[in-house]
Design a protein around this ligand. Sequence first.
Ligand code: WT7
Length: 682
Amino acid sequence: MIPDKAPKEDVFLGSEDLKKEAHVPSFDKYKELYIHSVENPGEFWGDVAKDFFWRNKHTGQFLDYNFDVTKGEIFIKCMEGATTNICYNLLDRNVHEKKLADKIAFLWEGNEPGDELTVTYRELLQRVCQFANVLKSQGVKKGDRVSIYMPMVVELVVAMLACARIGAVHSVVFAGFSAESLCERIIDSQCSLLITADGFYRGDKLINLKLLSDEALQKCKDKGFPVKKCIMLKHLSKEPEEIVGSRSPPAKRSCPDLEIPWNPEVDLCWHTLIKGASDDCEPVWCDSEDPLFILYTSGSTGKPKGVLHTVSGYMLYTAITFKLVFDYQPDDIYWCTADIGWITGHSYITYGPMALGATSVLFEGLPTYPDVSRMWEIVDKYHVTKFYTAPTAIRLLMKFGNEPVQKYKRKSLKILGTVGEPINPEAWQWYYNVVGEKRCPVVDTFWQTETGGHVLTPLPAATPMKPGSATFPFFGVVPAILNESGEELEGPSEGYLVFKQPWPGMMRTVYGNHQRFETTYFKKFPGYYVTGDGCRRDKDGYYWITGRIDDMLNVSGHLLSTAEVESALVEHKAVAEAAVVSRPHPVKGESLYCFVTLNDGVSYNQTLEAELKKQVREKIGAIATPDYIQNAPGLPKTRSGKIMRRVLRKVACNEKDLGDISTLADSSVVEQLFQNRCCTAV
Ligand code: WT7
């Protein structure tokens, strides 16, 4: 499946310098290790596991699984019977055994330039232990779920690791999500406690998180699920003595008029609780397959799925992918620009890098604030060596030309990475030529919330790159391309991307709904994990992701389901029916184009349009804000009443070639739709 020899034409080769000390220095070495990992997973992963502390050794097979729904329940187990604690491996071991106590874990850079602080591994261990004791004193026990709704601050990492230390299951909800989304996620995961902050700035915009949290908790209560406690961190309203860590210059982010509602029965102050807490906290030893966290991702029914990851497999997989894909070296300064509220931040800010004892930049702000050079200013300021971002950010910055990049030197950069969506070759070229000055390999990492870590990716010193291709599988990962009838295609081909066997870091279930896990990922093609992505394999065996082939769309690297947005629209009293499709967007990758059929007697106008946009933003969050809404008195439907989204996609893009529309019940609808196209969508 992987070519014997790497191609030499139409490819970009990694830097020679990198090869000297790289963990995987050549394509031959990659191939050799890959074959070993697939033929002998127990041995391969067993070696990876040697780098970690195990309280008890595993008993059964290293990896055990069933991927075939016709043979019984789907399951994946890794190192069953072994006990460990991920927080112990990330902190105590680095501090006490690996002599990294005084190494900086995070270089925190705030929204405002100049607002910064650092935290070492020793300090983090202390703070995590203290906060773990706080959680215990609030009655949180092993297995309990805790929601975390926080900005990009060090305390977010502290909260996650404190949960992990006592075996509680964190569910981080991205701070850009609405109160409604937070409420839905709290109830679905039955969380007993919420951790939040007063507020934060994103660029110029103030987000009052505490108000949103209160609104979410009120909604939970109204739905019969009262959450007992809410711990609030003061971020904007912090007193000078509440600042932990070395920080210079003094605070610039005070916000005296921030409204902070307070309900003494529920609300607790982070700083008050921490004051008396001991920094000694014995980790709770967990079984390998105990849950570590839940993270929600969009689902095609419109209801988000609680993707569940477990302790040991996730630990091994995030650590080894981080080490090899970014070719981690001890003196690296690594920066992943994602928010911890997404899987990228979980795996490649919190867990993977900390398992290796890495130093990371933790950035609160935006790539365009206060100006479009901010990223490169930060790269120079901290001498960032490995830089990981999203195609949408690259396309956004590319619009401003080379000058904002070239104002800074970027000499420290060695490897560049991307994730989240297919990267178009122009953006890849710009990233490679301008940002990396042709020195730095670009690792285009394909993966999903479900996969836990990279599954298709180049290794920077081993894999010749092709702009836009995620290249080859990571160790232990066996991809295949299937046609509509479920047959495996060989050689150059295009079809459904599936995986044939598990790797340690893949999800274990949908929280509270194992059946949904089986139906979503394993039912269509028994024996395979179905990614939901389309994929092409070229003559050299390279994999090219062609995008989602289900009802999901990818806006700025974040998945949304059409059903989720449709149901938010239909909840408006004026709307009878809604259909949402994606339309290509130069920066966001895809954007939302919505068709709404209004109730009788309601007329369409700008006020209504604004209300509908607001409705979606409030129900889901700002990322889901529709770009276009079109009044559609009729929708194209089949005789059985199914909306033909394929036709709507053509209308959204103004493409008149509709293909076969013989199943359409009333073809006059289509003409009308073209006439009524949104005038702003050229
Ligand atoms: C979907 C998963 C994994 C972290 C961020 C998104 C798309 C992701 C790539 C890539 C082409 C990509 C896929 C995938 N995707 N990375 N390098 N090339 N497509 O996590 O929200 O779970 O989304 O993002 O469509 O299925 P997610």
